[in-house]
Design a binder for this molecule. Structure first.
Ligand code: ATP
Length: 388
């Protein structure tokens, strides 16, 4: 039996780690590859905004779902203290005495191996699989491998895999700016959003992929239209484009749920509903959508608030709240008498657009015999006062 292990901080695990690991499993014919997150890495200091050990372990469990024969192991976390590879390899050797043991590492780690704790023991007892982290490293690695073989009797194999040029450090920076999702599996990305790790801001395309299954097919064009309109409005009025795009993507998250599901969510998130009648059900999805967007999809408070008020409006709305309210009202799929005038005003005088549209919306509800939610009157009254 051939067993591999791959240690690191995995803060977070990314496609550089995972594609190298998949190539090693294939090339070496590993029966099992263990990913082992360090407790305290001896070679580097964890930055202040790091994920906790248990979170790095849970992210690895998510990432392993995409790599056959792989598994995350928490042995270094359980052992605690500085994580020495020699101790880990000894533990694995005791557990799998018959196995041929392979240690995976990237070039940066490989080039410092001789300075590791009990490296001579490692060279004698463990085979080493090394992969390049960029296109120019192969020659250097081959030279070092030959030297370790002759000086230390080490058994080293170079793994042939297309390098993915990324590091967790670079990726953490990208995540703060609504980027980097392409280097993460969907499961890891969801985990990061849900736990709001690394100051992440959702990346619209990646967010849409996660949100799409929540949106009924017939509503997807509307959400896409709203997304495009929100971006245009944000650009026009100088609002945060990323927040606007994400709020639009998330605004109808729970609309496909029936009233019972909505009420269960309200209870779960402590939203108290007074005067429960059928009319209020029309607005519940805005409240529950805001809660779910924050709890599961890493939406900021500003984005959640724009989702919360996108159906009713309210007094003293922020620019982002107005943009989402209007984008929902005028997106390209909407066609009803008066929408063209709201569209024109939305790009020339946003408050006038809101006033006209709120008034039209109240009239429409009245004609349909629906009692409007109080906050809509407040929204209109606030803007009318402001205009006087
Ligand atoms: P950081 O940027 O936080 O230092 P890192 O991306 O270098 O992190 P670690 O989790 O510390 O990743 O690394 C674990 C192991 O994975 C190391 O052996 C490292 O060389 C290797 N590794 C990291 N990134 C890549 C990559 N893009 N391609 C191949 N191997 C990688």
């Amino acid at each position: 039996m051939k067993i591999g292990f791959f240690g690191g901080t995995f803060n977070p695990p990314h496609s550089g780690h995972m594609s190298a690991a998949a190539a090693a499993i294939k090339q070496l014919g590993l029966d099992k590859l263990f990913f082992i997150p360090t407790a305290v890495p001896p070679h580097k200091k964890l930055p202040d905004d790091s994920a906790a050990g248990i979170q790095r372990y849970e992210m690895l469990k998510e990432a392993c779902k995409d790599i056959p024969n792989s598994e995350a192991l928490d042995i270094e976390l359980r052992r605690g203290g500085e994580s020495y590879t020699a101790d880990t390899a000894r533990e694995l050797k005791a557990q799998y005495p018959e196995a041929e043991l392979w240690m995976l590492c990237g070039e940066d780690m490989f080039l410092t191996l001789e300075q590791w704790y009990r490296s001579d023991w490692i060279f004698k007892n463990v085979n080493i699989a090394v992969f390049a982290r960029n296109d120019f490293a192969e020659k250097k690695l081959a030279r070092h491998a030959a030297q370790l073989a002759s000086d230390k009797g080490a058994s080293v194999e170079l793994i042939k895999s297309e390098p993915v040029v990324i590091s967790s450090t670079k990726l953490r920076e990208m995540l703060k700016n609504g980027a980097g999702g392409e280097y993460l599996s969907d499961g890891v990305y969801s985990y990061i959003l849900k736990n709001r790790l690394y100051g992440v801001r959702p990346q619209p395309d990646k967010l849409w992929k996660l949100v799409e299954p929540w949106i009924k097919e017939k509503r997807r064009d509307h959400v896409s239209g709203c997304r495009a309109e929100a971006v245009k409005l944000a650009v026009r009025w100088g609002a945060d484009v990323l927040d606007a795009e994400n709020a639009a993507i998330l605004h109808d998250l729970t609309k496909g749920m029936d009233s019972n599901e909505q009420l269960i969510l309200c209870e779960k998130y402590g939203k108290i509903i007074r005067n429960i009648d059928k009319d209020d059900f029309n607005v519940l999805h805005a409240f529950t959508g805001a809660e779910i967007a924050g709890a599961l999809f890493g939406a900021s408070d500003e984005v959640c608030s724009a989702i919360r008020w996108h159906t009713t409006g309210k007094a003293d709305m922020t620019l982002l709240e107005k943009i989402i309210w209007l984008a929902d009202y005028i997106e390209p799929g909407r066609s009803f008498p008066g929408v063209e005038e709201v569209r024109r005003l939305a790009y020339t005088d946003i408050d006038e657009a809101m006033k006209l549209a709120l008034g039209m919306s109240l009239d429409n509800l009245k004609n349909r015999g629906i009692k409007p939610y109080g906050a809509t009157f407040d929204a209109l009254a606030f803007l009318a006062d402001k205009g006087e």
